[in-house]
Design a protein around this ligand. Structure first.
Ligand code: SF4
Length: 109
């Protein structure tokens, strides 16, 4: 009788240990999956070019003068109207053109 109780105790201890280990491994696996999904989503959001675009106003009321509905969204990732506001953009830079400055002043009012 004592041998059977001891065997059941040993089997039960091993089962509990394996169960706890499996739950911990599952939790670690889910955390790693969530981190991977989060980093890939953040990487995608960093592809949105609006903050570097000449048409981006920086004003929440009219974020973009060309595509106000898609500005700062994932739709803007491949925006065909993107114009760099970098000083090195050369002839493609339209940040200093009169319409851009005029619209920017209108938005500020
Ligand atoms: S023109 Fe396109 S890239 Fe530029 S701010 Fe508007 S939506 Fe964004």
């Amino acid at each position: 009788m004592d041998v059977i109780a001891l065997a059941l105790h040993v089997v039960g201890s091993i089962g509990v240990t394996v169960g706890i280990g499996a739950v911990l491994l599952f939790c670690v696996w889910r955390i790693l999956c969530t981190l991977e999904q989060g980093t890939s989503y953040v990487r995608r959001l960093h592809q949105i070019p609006c903050s570097r675009c000449a048409y981006f106003t920086g004003d929440y009321r009219l974020k973009c003068t060309v595509n106000p509905m898609s500005a700062l969204t994932e739709e803007a990732i491949d925006c065909s109207d993107y114009v760099s506001n970098s000083p090195e953009c050369g002839s493609f830079c339209s940040q200093n053109t009169p319409p851009y400055q005029y619209i920017k002043e209108l938005v500020k009012r």
